[in-house]
Design a protein around this ligand. Structure first.
Ligand code: FAD
Length: 446
């Protein structure tokens, strides 16, 4: 097998790796027992940093069959390499939707569980794994174990959000949510500053979906200028005449492909500032509402394939943290001010509300989460180390699925049950059959 250059969505870090695909569990088993070197499961590489990177990669992309779809109960059984995009194509015409989706549909079901992904509905409907009924995991001890929320619970808990370190997730059974249409009735509301942004989140908290886009170049009284987007799956009477003709239409909106890496200079503070300004002005009214298809609401970035290339060849990191409710408002002000003082605005800055969540190693906790993109450049990592301390002092933590550089200390401080997680990784993966660059950096497998 030959080596190939591999990186995840942030294009940082990049490495040479041997990538093995499989279409039967027996093939994966044979590969794992034959190779005496650590291997990491990999879905579609949509995590940003180094979680699914290792010198040997077991890719699930050919292990992607839909096994059974119960159209009455809305229960799907599938192989872990199927993407949410493929799932939506099958389930939407029957009036079902994935229970939780991140901001891209190009992730696999295995990746959704291993990162325990959250969506715009976390405050109402939790993480992806909250909707999993059972799954099979090929552990590092070579056993194929079926686990679920109420049986083999320990393995289930350590695998959801466990970044592939307990084993390879193979077969998955999960619940879908019923919808009357494939459209979302959305409202967009402008907030002049951070106080208004937080007030709006509370005012609209009964909406199933909410997310806010922040212009992080604003300072002083305009700090936190933003647009809150809330939505619900649209009822038939909310659709236009043309939408009513095919209310459960599968939408496929791929408009552009970023053809080449943009030069690092292309995303300079001025271009980002102009983009943010134009985006805010485009929404001229205080409140705009209407019906949009699910791609427009959930996956606006998917419209530009390979948009990650706009950050240049050196790549970028996404810095996503969560703060508890009581420190969110002050913490966000502090962090946005520090970013501004450093002249490091982020092209995308996305704020979400999290509800209660208290799993072993899943990222969310009740509070607010902010995700920011920063092109890799000199001085960035020391600055992010500084932000890590702020996040820690405020009782927050960073998302493993976006991480490419946090320290072992930051990980242990942020995740109060990290030691318990590490013990379970050792139990189910005693020889480090599964390992990753990230797991070694964070001291999980070393
Ligand atoms: C544009 C964009 C928007 C995003 N928005 C969000 C968001 O709103 N919320 C959110 O939570 N995340 C978000 N993400 C992150 C993304 O949802 C997660 O990183 C997800 O895990 C990626 O899935 P993947 O299939 O690409 O897996 P990969 O990126 O390949 O792997 C991610 C992790 O899962 C493990 N893994 C993958 N498959 C398996 C398997 N079968 N068995 C065991 N372990 C496995 C890998 O080892 C790795 O640790 C976003 C990413 C992008 C690019």
């Amino acid at each position: 097998m030959s080596l190939q250059e591999v990186s995840n969505w942030g294009n940082y870090p990049k490495m040479e790796a041997e990538v093995k695909t499989f279409s039967e569990v027996s093939e994966a088993e044979a590969y794992l027992s034959g190779t005496k070197v650590p291997v990491i499961p990999r879905g579609n590489g949509r995590c940003y940093g180094d979680a699914s990177l290792e010198e040997h990669i077991l890719s699930t992309l050919r292990y992607d069959k839909l096994l059974e779809f119960d159209r009455e109960q809305g229960i799907l059984e599938c192989q872990s390499g199927i993407t949410l995009d493929q799932v939506l194509e099958v389930v939407v015409p029957s009036g079902w939707f994935v229970p939780v989706t991140p901001g891209t549909k190009f992730i696999t079901v295995g990746g959704a569980i291993a990162s325990d992904v959250h969506g715009k509905n976390h405050h109402a409907e939790g993480c992806f794994a909250d909707h999993v009924l059972e799954m099979d995991v090929l552990t590092g001890t070579g056993e194929l174990i079926t686990c679920g929320p109420s049986f083999q619970q320990e393995l289930f808990e350590a695998t959801r959000g466990g970044m592939g370190l307990t084993g390879l997730i193979t077969r998955v059974h999960f619940k879908l949510k019923p919808v009357r249409s494939s459209y979302i009735y959305q409202k967009q509301i402008k907030a002049r500053n951070l106080d208004e942004a937080f007030d709006l989140f509370q005012e609209y908290k009964d909406y199933t979906y909410s997310v806010s886009w922040i212009d992080c170049f604003q300072t002083g009284k305009d700090l936190g200028r933003s647009i809150l987007m809330v939505g619900e799956h649209a009822e038939l009477e909310e659709l236009s005449a043309s939408q009513k003709r095919d209310p459960l239409k599968v939408h496929d909106k791929r408009l552009l492909t970023m053809p080449v890496y943009l030069p690092g200079m292309a995303l300079n503070p001025l271009s980002i500032r102009s983009f943010n300004f134009l985006y805010y002005l485009k929404n001229t009214k205080k409140l705009q509402e209407g019906t949009v298809d699910y791609n427009g609401f959930f996956y606006p970035l998917d419209a530009i394939l390979e948009w990650n290339k706009m950050y240049g060849r050196k790549g970028f990191v996404q810095y996503q943290f969560v703060l508890p409710m009581e420190t969110s408002r002050k913490g966000l002000e502090d962090i946005l001010n520090r970013i501004n003082a450093k002249g490091l605005g982020s092209f995308l800055a996305v704020l979400k509300l999290f509800g209660k969540q208290d799993n072993l190693i899943s990222f969310p906790m009740e509070g607010y989460t902010l995700a920011l993109d920063f092109p890799v450049r000199d001085g960035l990592f020391p600055f992010l180390d500084e932000l890590d301390k702020v996040v820690h002092d405020l009782g927050g933590r960073l998302y493993l699925s976006k991480d490419a550089r946090m320290s072992k200390e930051a990980f242990l401080q942020g995740y109060p049950r990290a030691e318990e997680f590490i013990r379970l990784v050792k139990k189910y993966n005693p020889q480090n059959t599964y390992n990753s660059i990230q797991a070694k950096r964070l001291g999980i497998t070393t």
